[in-house]
Design a protein around this ligand. Structure first.
Ligand code: S3P
Length: 434
């Protein structure tokens, strides 16, 4: 729901400092969901502070899996989740997923395998988002799902024993893949997901961490039904998609430098770093470690000439969450930015193509809008303006970064939207920009 929160951002000259980025949102959702259906109590450090992940935890609590901040821990992000095994409790109320598409889509995979009916709802933005992409495979597996017109939320899921399927999703979506693999735990036999483009593999890695066998070969993932999960202890890597805002802020000012410790380096996400390097950011990664199958490293980035470039094909899918910030800073680059094959951007928390185009135009930029992308010429000078977040966390943060190079002052309306993935974002940005 839009609120009257505002953030004012002034032009900066440089960006310097160390930022501790909160835990990865994609991994935190999956840990919360799988911990709930595991046996025993799981403990997590650096669990995401995102509102979206709180929604997942609260939905799981309604299904009988209590969670709490770990006793005696003042460390932010230390939580424990009590797993109750594969059979959850029927919820007394509707499960409110808030703004979180990940919660609704992935939780549906688990609910499809439960012997009861559950209802899931979301906020205005989530109520517009497409759910046919999970309704179709889950229905094929035997669940019966009611939705609003056009396959939109709210959803009513009548779950039960599922049949395994070999699913070839039309859209490249890690949420859909995880949804079907999670449902596969409740099917008799082997469920297979064969993707058009390889997407992030946190679902597969998390399932393995909780003790399930998942076979993976390229774009094909397989899981056998009936496997029991065991509680784990895990440290959630810092969210690379949140780190992207600080990396792009450094990219705006030659000589700027940011250090981001403990960031997720999973290869299905880290394509972002290659693209940033191609576009002119100097990046080095140190202290590589592995936690529960996920790679973590410390990123050091220095701003240099910002060149820009093209994002298309598999790169668009791999960078889908970072495109708003790359586009928001593209007008300052030498060559500009062209984004192709990004139809999915139109069905995120907002229509991210329309939102970027509207805000850049308010800042005085030239931009060409296309059905599946945009083209932003480089070498432009932008001015501050009153911008809308469109209730979308990534749009709020992307334009706060762009505002650092704009002439004058920028106001971001409904700035609190940032809390969907990064509640302390504006404080952290202010602490590094001078
Ligand atoms: C996510 C996958 C992506 C991404 C979203 C998180 C995930 O969505 O945009 O922020 O955790 O699996 P899609 O699966 O819709 O591509």
């Amino acid at each position: 729901m839009p609120d009257d929160s505002k953030a004012i951002v002034h032009r900066a000259r440089a960006v310097h400092g160390v930022v501790r980025i909160p835990g990865d949102k994609s991994i935190s959702h999956r840990y919360a969901l799988l911990a709930g259906i595991a046996e025993g109590t799981s403990r997590f450090q650096n669990f995401s502070s995102a509102r979206d992940c709180q929604n997942t935890l609260d939905c799981m609590a309604r299904l009988g899996c209590e969670w709490k901040r770990s006793a005696g821990e003042d460390d932010y992000g230390a939580i424990e989740v009590r797993g109750i095994g594969p059979r959850l409790n029927a919820p007394a109320k509707v499960l409110d997923c808030g703004n979180s598409g990940s919660t609704m889509r992935m939780l549906s995979g688990i609910l499809a395998g439960q012997p009861f009916t559950s209802e899931l709802c979301g906020d205005e933005s989530l109520s517009r988002r497409p759910m046919a992409r999970i309704i179709n495979p889950l229905s094929e597996m035997g669940a019966s799902i009611e939705a609003s017109e056009g396959g939109r939320p709210p959803l009513k899921i009548h779950g039960g024993q599922l049949k395994p399927i070999h699913y070839r999703p039309e859209v490249a979506s890690a949420q859909v893949k995880s949804c079907v693999l999670f449902a596969g735990l409740f099917a008799e036999g082997e469920t297979v997901v064969e993707e058009p483009i390889r997407t992030r593999d946190h679902g597969e890695i998390a399932l393995q961490a909780f003790g399930a066998e998942v076979e993976r070969k390229g774009k094909v993932s397989r899981i056998r039904g009936g496997q029991r999960l065991r509680a784990i202890e895990a440290h959630v890597p810092g969210d690379l998609s949140s780190a992207a805002f600080f990396l792009c802020a450094a990219a705006l000012f030659p000589g700027s430098q940011v250090t981001l410790p403990g960031i997720l380096m999973n290869p299905t996400r880290a394509r972002l770093l290659d693209i940033l390097i191609q576009m002119g950011l100097q990046v080095s990664v140190a202290h590589l470690e592995e936690h529960q199958g996920e790679l973590i490293g410390t990123i050091e980035a220095r701003g240099s000439e910002w060149k820009g470039g093209t994002i298309a094909g598999a790169d668009t899918a791999a960078l889908i969450d970072e495109i708003p910030v790359l586009a928001a800073i593209a007008a300052y680059s030498e060559a500009g930015l062209e984004v192709r094959d990004g139809k999915e951007l139109r069905v995120k928390e907002s229509d991210r193509i329309a939102a970027v185009v509207a805000n850049l135009r308010k800042m005085g930029a030239q931009i060409e809008e296309r059905p599946d992308g945009m083209k932003i010429p480089g070498g432009q000078h932008l001015h501050g303006a009153e911008l809308d977040s469109f209730g979308d966390h990534r749009i709020a943060m992307a334009f706060a970064v762009s505002a650092l190079r704009a002439e004058g002052e920028t106001t971001i309306l409904d700035a609190d939207a940032a809390g969907v993935s990064y509640p302390r974002f504006f404080e952290e940005l202010r602490s590094v920009a001078s």
